[in-house]
Design a protein around this ligand. Structure first.
Ligand code: MG
Ligand code: MG
Length: 254
């Protein structure tokens, strides 16, 4: 599949999808507290998306079994693709909530990791570094740069902090499909791959681990956890490459 450049109308639809995703995350800043279940988080987000006129990108997403929820909710050592349910969040947990929305045929996708109650300084540092890694990577999402400049930014930022950059799951193009070309590794040498052009749209999503980046998938066919049981964080924005300067963040939380 060729990498697509979006026109003004398509970008506007992605902007609308992204604004719903961003508003969901704004809501979760308040909603994520000790005692809430992952299923409750999913219900809140699902209801918000539908009430805003969107559709959840993840519900029924093809896999070993179709994904059964509207959000991925991944707790502590779960890196991505956690299935929300009866699990209760406890003080000191971290929870990553991944949200995708379709608006008039176009997707936006953003994950964010939240503290549950009070975190230790070391766990807070994992969240801070992962968020910083996302914004550092976005500094390379500039017309004329090459794709792997983003990859390298993610890996170097995570590793300089002593953390791991997950290899097996990647950043990606996005638009009419939730996942489209190009595939963007979250590690690698800079200066490789295609040149970035205005109108390209990507979901940039560092997944950063406390210790080793090695991961494994659980028997539910979806949930991915760290192999060593260390914690993991996940921050993701959908962005558009612009003609001048930095990227436009389509999933801003406002
Ligand atoms: Mg996502
Ligand atoms: Mg994504």
């Amino acid at each position: 599949m060729a990498v697509t450049v979006k026109n003004r109308t398509e970008l506007e639809k992605m902007r609308r999808a992204g604004s719903i995703v961003g508003a969901c995350h704004l809501m979760l800043r308040e909603a994520v507290t000790p005692g809430v279940t992952t299923g409750e988080i999913n219900r809140l987000v699902h209801e918000y998306i539908v009430s805003a006129g969107g559709r959840p990108s993840f519900l029924g997403y093809p896999g070993p079994v179709p994904f059964p929820a509207s959000t991925c909710v991944s707790v502590n050592d779960e890196i991505v693709h956690g299935i929300p349910g009866a699990r209760v969040l406890n003080d000191g947990d971290i929870v990553s909530v991944d949200i995708g929305v379709i608006w008039q045929g176009f997707h936006a996708d953003s994950a964010w990791s939240y503290p549950v109650g009070h975190l230790s300084a070391e766990v807070q540092r994992l969240l801070d570094v992962t968020e910083d890694t996302l914004y550092h990577a976005l500094e390379f999402a500039i017309a004329g740069r090459r794709l792997s400049d983003i990859s390298h930014a993610i890996q170097s930022c995570a590793e300089e902090a002593g953390f791991g950059a997950v290899r097996k799951y990647i950043s990606h193009g996005i638009g009419r499909s939730l996942h489209e070309d190009p595939q963007i590794l979250n590690y690698g040498l800079p200066g490789r791959g295609m040149k970035l052009l205005p109108g390209m749209t990507f979901a940039i999503e560092p997944m950063i681990t406390q210790f080793s980046y090695a991961s494994r998938q659980l028997d539910d066919g979806w949930t991915v956890v760290t192999l060593d049981g260390g914690l993991a964080a996940h921050f993701e924005h959908t962005i558009a490459i612009t003609a001048n300067g930095g990227p436009e963040i389509l999933t801003r939380q406002e």
